[in-house]
Ligand binder design. Structure first.
Ligand SMILES: Cc1cc2nc3c(=O)[nH]c(=O)nc-3n(C[C@H](O)[C@H](O)[C@H](O)COP(=O)(O)OP(=O)(O)OC[C@H]3O[C@@H](n4cnc5c(N)ncnc54)[C@H](O)[C@@H]3O)c2cc1C
Length: 317
C-alpha cells in the first residue's frame, strides 16, 4: 500500500495532497498496490473530495488532530501504519512535512528521503529523484530493500490529476489523545502593512544579483514606470533591503501575475514554488545555466543593469 498523508490547513485540503495521490497512481501502475489517503482530523467533507483519488481513506478523528502538531500526528500515523502496513508513506515537503517527516523517521525508524521530485518503486526498492546545487543537478537515490519507506514530495511538481477514477472505502481508527509537550494554540495572521504582491498583475522581482540596496531605486523607478509591484527573493528580504511581505517563494508569498520579471534571481526551487504559475515569466540573469531559465518563457542572458535602461527606452517608444 502507498499511504498519502492528506495535508489540510484552516479547513482546506491543500493541492499537494492530490499531487501526491496522482504520483501514487503512477507508482501503482508500475508496481500494483493499493492507494490510501490518511486523513488526520480535518473535516468529514474531505472524504468526498478524496474518494475518487484512492482505494481507501483512513480517517483518524480527534480535536487534537484538527491542526498540525507533531506528537498527536506521530501517534495517529503509527496507528495507521499498524493497521495497514504500507510500503511507502508520502508526506508533502511543505513547512508541515519538513517538521513532521524527520520526527517520524527518527521515532519510527523509517528511512526518509526528503524533497523528492520523482519517486518509484522498482522491485519493491525505493528510487527517488532530488534536485541539488540549487536545482542545477538531479541526483537519483536508490535505497536498499526495506520493509517501509518515507518520502516527502515537493509541492507543485505533479499535476493533481488522476487517470482512473477510484471509489475509496473509509476505515476509521479510534484515537485517544494523550498528554503532549507541545500543542497547537492558534494561527497568527501576518499583518498586511505593505503592498499585497499576491494580487499584482505585473511583478518586477529582484534577487541577490541586485548587488547592494543602493541599486534598488533603479529597479523601483522602472517598476513604477511600467505599473509593476516590486518583489524579491529571500536573500533580499533577509538582508532587510525589502520588507519580508515582498518575498516570493516557499517561505514567502505565492504569486500568479500576468508578467513576472525576475532580475538577478537564480531560480532555486524554493523561489520557483512561489511564482512558477505566473502567466509569462521573463528572466534576466548573467548565468546561462541559472535554473530560472528552465521555467522562463523568455530569457535574457545579460547584466540586469544593462537591460533595464534598454527596456525603459523601448517602453518609452
Ligand atoms: C527552508 C528554506 C526556505 C526558503 N524559502 C525561500 C523563499 O521563499 N524564497 C526564495 O526566494 N528563496 C528561499 N529560500 C532560499 C533559496 O534556497 C535560495 O537561496 C534563494 O532563492 C536564492 O536567491 P537569489 O536567486 O536571489 O540568489 P542567488 O541564488 O545568489 O542568485 C543570484 C543570481 O543573480 C545573478 N546575477 C548576479 N548579478 C547579476 C546581474 N548584475 N545581472 C543579472 N544577473 C545577475 C547570478 O547569476 C545568480 O543566478 C529558502 C531556502 C530554504 C532552505
Amino acid at each position: 500500500m502507498i499511504l498519502v498523508l492528506a495535508e489540510h490547513r484552516r479547513g482546506e485540503l491543500r493541492d499537494v495532497t492530490f499531487e501526491m495521490l496522482s504520483l501514487a497512481e503512477r507508482i501503482s501502475k508500475e508496481s500494483p498496490m493499493e492507494i490510501a489517503s490518511l486523513l488526520l482530523g480535518g473535516e468529514r467533507g474531505f472524504i468526498d473530495k478524496l474518494k475518487d483519488f484512492c482505494d481507501r481513506i483512513i480517517f483518524v478523528d480527534s480535536p487534537e488532530l484538527k491542526n498540525y502538531s507533531p506528537e498527536p500526528y506521530l501517534e495517529a500515523i503509527k496507528k495507521a501504519i499498524d493497521a495497514t502496513s504500507p510500503k511507502l508513506i508520502m508526506i508533502s515537503h511543505s513547512s508541515f512535512g519538513m517538521d513532521l517527516a524527520p520526527f517520524l523517521s527518527e521515532k519510527l525508524s523509517l528511512p526518509l528521503i526528503t524533497d523528492c521530485v520523482d519517486v518509484s518503486l522498482k522491485e519493491g526498492r525505493l528510487a527517488t529523484l532530488r534536485q541539488i546545487y540549487g536545482g542545477k543537478i538531479f541526483s537519483e537515490i536508490r535505497l536498499k530493500p526495506y520493509e517501509r519507506y518515507l518520502v516527502t514530495v515537493r509541492p507543485g511538481t505533479f499535476e493533481p490529476e488522476i487517470r482512473e477514477k477510484r471509489s475509496a472505502s473509509v476505515m476509521e481508527i479510534p484515537f485517544q489523545a494523550g498528554t503532549y509537550k507541545r500543542r497547537f494554540l492558534e494561527y497568527i495572521e501576518e499583518k498586511i502593512e505593505d503592498i499585497d504582491i499576491s494580487s499584482a498583475d505585473i511583478i518586477v522581482s529582484i534577487g541577490r544579483g541586485i548587488g547592494k540596496p543602493e541599486n534598488i531605486p533603479i529597479v523601483q523607478e522602472f517598476a513604477d514606470e511600467i505599473g509593476a509591484v516590486l518583489a524579491c527573493s529571500r536573500p533580499v528580504a533577509d538582508k532587510g533591503w525589502l520588507p519580508k511581505s515582498r518575498q516570493v517563494g516557499i517561505s514567502g508569498k505565492t504569486v500568479k501575475p500576468k508578467i513576472y520579471l525576475a532580475l538577478g534571481i537564480s531560480g532555486s526551487f524554493q523561489h520557483q514554488v512561489g511564482m512558477k504559475n505566473s502567466k509569462t515569466i521573463i528572466a534576466v540573469n548573467k548565468d546561462p545555466k541559472a535554473p530560472i531559465f528552465n521555467i522562463a518563457h523568455y530569457g535574457v542572458v545579460a547584466d540586469m543593469f544593462q537591460v533595464i535602461p534598454v527596456l525603459k527606452e523601448k517602453l518609452k517608444k
